[in-house]
Design a protein around this ligand. Structure first.
Ligand code: GLU
Length: 462
């Protein structure tokens, strides 16, 4: 059943009034944010999911919680000038959106990618409110980044860009106000350059201002692995609930960044065979099973493209273009690349080829139509807000370690991560059951994430 149909048929009272309120809020969002299609998409999915909650809890409508949540506390954009290796001045645009600090300081990554614009940053920041709430940790929602393209840049160019970006960003962040981290195009190297510059600007060692730092200077063990591992822990629990498992399954994982690599690693540790992964140029299909050591070396050490994998593994096939990865039959699909990478046609193909479960490692990798295809065909579906919350969870654990000035072992962090993912799964399930939509984790995640934030907003006044 589709998301809209499920909600319409949920056993709630006052559904008409709730539906009308949601429509009004959505119209305002469209009017106020013209052309921002990704932001509209993220808001629409959440608003539809919340109709049953609003119908049962009129106080959320009375306190205009949705009107307040869809409008960020602030969105800053700024010029980022830097000098490339040829001595030419370049200009990019930087952003930070601070969406909600109802339950803790704004928290969310920075994305460096040419596609970055206000719509992308706002969709990510909006989703982060609910994701961060789901973790059960005291973190609000924010996001940022730049349209800077790190691809093909030298270390020195990256450093100069990061320093210039931080010169402006530093005016808006702090360990108790807003704590950025990584996302696409931002890893330990970029965080290191930004942290070094922040430290110089404020004249103090405020370790908790950024997460995803290097292990030697305040980073947390397990942060690098957290999003991928967390997604697999979540999906494994969802599978077990249906008497299935990663063990012996055939898996396709898109992407080959941090999220993808560690989702592949954990899936393999649980006995899965991963047959494909990708980068922004194309995908590799390796029937014998992807060799993770090769991918890690190519991507994490040598900064090379997936295409070069087939030179070392001639029985693997490289295909240019990304969306074809979803034509490969699999039991479990883990989209870990980027937003809207699975459209309706790809979702239909996956279903046609017998996919049993989909776990979103990336943010909003499935279009609304694709989500409907999965739900209508009873595919087990783990939405990003819940499934990829492991990354930001371990970021919050990094903040806790920084505040206490101590560091936990990998085992301690991993145990906490497993516990957090399990709690998120249970919360999503019980929210879906409470509203008569048992097993619909899209609705469960949105509701469970929303309620905590909404109650905190009411408690704190307008
Ligand atoms: N960028 C990641 C996300 O989408 C991590 C954010 C963080 O660690 O603050 O959740």
């Amino acid at each position: 059943m589709s998301l809209v149909k499920e909600v319409e048929q949920a056993p709630t009272g006052h559904a008409d009034a709730a539906q009308q309120y949601v429509n009004e809020v959505f119209e305002t969002v469209q009017k106020r944010n013209p052309g921002e299609t990704e932001f509209h998409q993220a808001v629409k999915e959440v608003l539809i999911s919340l109709i049953p909650v609003l119908a049962r809890n009129p106080q959320y409508v009375k306190h205009a919680i949705l009107d307040r949540l869809v409008e960020p506390d602030r969105l800053v954009s700024f010029r980022v000038p830097w000098v490339d290796d040829q001595g030419t001045v370049q200009v990019n645009r930087g952003y930070r959106v601070q969406f909600s600090n109802a339950i803790g300081p704004y928290k969310g990554g920075l994305r460096f990618h040419p596609s970055v614009n206000a719509s992308i940053i706002k969709f990510l920041g909006f989703e982060q409110i609910f994701k961060n709430s789901l973790t059960g940790q005291p973190i609000g929602g924010g996001k940022g980044g730049s349209d800077f393209d790190p691809k093909g840049k030298t270390d020195l160019e990256i450093m100069r860009f990061c320093q210039s970006n931080m010169t402006e960003l530093s005016k808006h962040i702090g360990p108790d106000t807003d704590v950025p981290a990584g996302d696409i195009g931002v890893g330990a190297r970029e965080i290191g350059y930004m942290f070094g510059h922040y430290k110089r600007l404020v004249g103090a060692y405020e370790a908790g201002v950024l997460t995803g730092k290097g292990i030697g200077y305040g980073g947390s063990l397990g942060r690098k692995e957290a999003t991928g591992y967390g997604a697999v822990y979540f999906v494994e629990q969802m599978l077990q609930n249906a008497d299935l498992s990663f063990n012996g399954s055939r898996v396709v994982v898109s992407g080959s960044g941090n999220v993808s690599i560690y989702a592949m690693e954990k899936a393999m540790q649980l006995g899965a065979k991963v047959v494909a992964c990708s980068d922004s140029s194309g995908y590799i299909y390796h029937e014998a099973g992807i060799n993770l050591d090769t991918i890690k070396r190519l991507k994490e050490v040598e900064n090379r493209r997936c295409e070069e994998y087939v030179l070392e593994h001639p029985d693997a096939i490289y295909v240019a273009g990304c969306s074809g990865i979803w034509t490969i039959p699999c039991d479990i699909a883990l989209p870990c690349a980027t937003q809207n990478e699975i459209d309706k046609a790809s979702a239909e193909l996956l279903v046609h080829n017998g996919v049993k479960a989909v776990g979103e490692g990336a943010n909003m990798p499935s279009t609304l139509e694709a989500v409907d295809v999965f739900l209508e065909n009873n595919v087990l579906f783990a939405p990003a807000k819940a499934a990829n919350a492991g990354g930001v969870s371990v970021s919050a654990l990094e903040m806790a370690q920084n505040s206490a000035r101590l560091s936990w072992t990998m085992e301690e962090v991993d145990t906490k991560l497993q516990q957090i993912m399990s709690n998120i799964y249970n919360e999503c399930m019980s929210a879906s059951e409470e509203y008569g939509l048992a097993g619909n984790l899209v609705i469960g995640a949105n509701i469970a994430g929303f309620v905590k934030v909404a109650d905190a907003m009411i408690a704190q006044g307008v």
